[in-house]
Ligand binder design. Structure first.
Ligand SMILES: Nc1nc2c(ncn2[C@@H]2O[C@H](COP(=O)(O)OP(=O)(O)OP(=O)(O)O)[C@@H](O)[C@H]2O)c(=O)[nH]1
Ligand SMILES: [Mg+2]
Length: 339
């Protein structure tokens, strides 16, 4: 262990002195043995954190990339098709309204280093203003905000006919979050091969009557997939919905070059099992991108008050709301923190 420590500080010192060329992007071939790179992993992380403190950089000249996924210590950023593992400059973290999220557009400084998996390393030096932000609150009570996705143009609210059965209350909450965050909502009712009953059809028709786009899809029956593909083209779309409704399966179906992990529904409970565990952005070869998110049971609302809730229920304001929408309104209103 002692020996490892000594090597660690030696390498960090070398890096800081600008003398760590063997760890540049081409190093993967030269090393051959991956294990050696793996050993260097921890050392590089230390080097990265030190590099973050260097400030001799013209931020405006740095290339802009999209944050693809956020991990606890790193974010993955796509800069013109090249994926960087990035740390965030500490001062930036302090200045920004909130932490970096998937979809953020950021300026990245290339560190000329690769990690143990051969991924180039960088520093996020600046985060650009957001055109939209999808936010949840921490819980049903809404004490703290949790931005999830930035800069998406639209939100595909996915529900399924059965396994799990559609919960319109959750759809209503996600509609509010989309509209409140400046995203265009689209309701996608998946698994239509399992049978659409009259109530479901009339619920969809009701949303359509409020100018909300709706579509029904089935992956095994290939229904609605062309329509979905056309809706996603050239747009940045976040998919959200209960676990097991088929979000990842739909993405794989409309873009066969992608192979997202999908779940198996347990016959016993008919419930999804959170196969997707972290939001991730996937650029679409045909233009645009999709952001897959983990399933949710509840969607805590942020920025909605008992006073402005009615703004999101134009059907109630116009006196044409069916009972289930009135009930949904009451349940959401009850759950909001009284301010
Ligand atoms: N019958 C039917 N099953 C589907 C359809 N789409 C997806 N499934 C199945 O539903 C299950 C769950 O699909 P996923 O894509 O993993 O669901 P998800 O919404 O991504 O779930 P989380 O990642 O947990 O949020 C899988 O067994 C899929 O094969 C569909 O259109 N019809
Ligand atoms: Mg999934």
């Amino acid at each position: 262990m002692k020996r490892k420590k000594a090597r660690e500080s030696d390498l960090t010192g070398k890096y800081l002195a600008g003398d760590l060329e063997e760890y540049d992007i081409g190093a993967q071939e030269r090393f051959g043995a991956r294990s050696k790179l793996f050993e260097a992993g921890k050392i590089l992380k230390t080097a990265l954190l030190r590099a973050e403190e260097q400030s001799d950089v013209d931020v405006q000249s740095l290339p802009i990339g999209d944050v693809v996924q956020v991990f606890s210590l790193f974010s993955e950023v796509d800069v013109s098709g090249k994926l960087y593992q990035c740390v965030v400059r500490k001062t930036l973290t302090k200045l920004a309204d909130s932490a970096i999220v998937v979809g953020d557009r950021v300026r990245v400084r290339d560190l000329d280093l690769i990690d143990e998996q051969g991924k180039p390393q960088g520093v996020i030096e600046q985060s650009l203003p957001r055109s939209s932000i999808l936010t949840r609150s921490d819980s049903f009570k809404g004490i703290e905000q949790h931005p999830i996705v930035a800069n998406a143009r639209q939100m595909l609210i996915v529900a399924s006919v059965r396994e799990p059965k559609v919960k319109w209350g959750l759809v209503d909450r996600m509609l509010i979050a989309a509209q409140g965050g400046n995203l265009k909502p689209i309701i996608c009712l998946n698994k239509s091969d399992l049978g659409l009953d009259d109530d479901t059809q009339s619920a969809l028709a009701h949303y359509a009557s409020m100018d909300i786009q709706t579509l029904t899809t089935s992956v095994p029956a290939t229904l609605g997939l062309d329509e979905l593909k056309a809706l996603l083209r050239d747009q940045v779309t976040v998919l959200a919905g209960h676990s097991g409704v088929g979000k990842s399966t739909l993405i794989n179906a409309i873009e066969p070059t992608l192979t997202l992990r999908t779940g198996v529904i347990s016959n016993y409970t008919g419930k999804g099992r959170h196969t997707t565990t972290s939001a991730r952005l996937y650029p679409l070869p045909s233009g645009g991108a999709v952001i897959d998110t983990p399933g949710v049971k509840v969607f805590g609302l942020w920025g909605v008050t008992p006073d402005n809730l009615l703004d999101f229920f134009p059907d109630i304001a116009a006196n044409i709301a069916p009972d289930w929408r009135l009930q949904s309104f009451d349940r959401i209103k009850e759950s909001l923190p009284a301010d």
